[in-house]
Ligand binder design. Structure first.
Ligand code: ZN
Length: 136
């Protein structure tokens, strides 16, 4: 067997929303979250923010257009849980390890994301859960 892709911790949980300002307002008013900044990430087609919640974080994602990946997700499944993000060290090496385990990757190499250096694993390889690796 190839070596394991060791996980450090759950980095964040991604939630797809149609209106990120409204979502932040709800999390602020109802759950008293610390202030967070909304950023526009053009290459991923989203407005996004990371909310600190104790040991982990919640990432809110609003699609910039209906034909972006998150836009398509909301069109077919509605708002809701979008992905899990696992924190790892040495993400490039971890991707090679996953390839050796025949895990299907969306990103063949790491790229920069809101939470650090990231790469997505195809949900077909993780029981239907879109999974992100994060190194930060
Ligand atoms: Zn994420």
């Amino acid at each position: 067997m190839p070596e394991a892709c060791k996980i450090n911790h759950l980095d964040h949980i991604g939630i797809a929303v149609t209106d990120i300002e409204k979502a932040v307002e709800m999390f602020t008013n109802v759950f008293d979250i610390p202030p967070c900044e909304i950023e526009q990430i053009d290459d991923q087609g989203v407005k996004a923010t990371l909310i600190e919640v104790g040991q982990t974080r919640i990432e809110l994602l609003e699609p910039l257009s209906p034909d972006s990946p998150v836009g398509k997700f909301i069109q077919s499944r509605g708002e809701g849980l979008h992905h899990l993000a696992l924190n790892v060290s040495d993400i490039s090496q971890k991707l090679e390890t996953l390839k050796q385990h025949d895990i299907r990757l969306i990103d063949q190499s790491p790229r920069e994301g809101l939470s650090g250096t990231i790469a997505f694993i195809h949900p077909a390889s993780v029981f239907g859960v879109l999974t992100e690796l994060v190194e930060n």
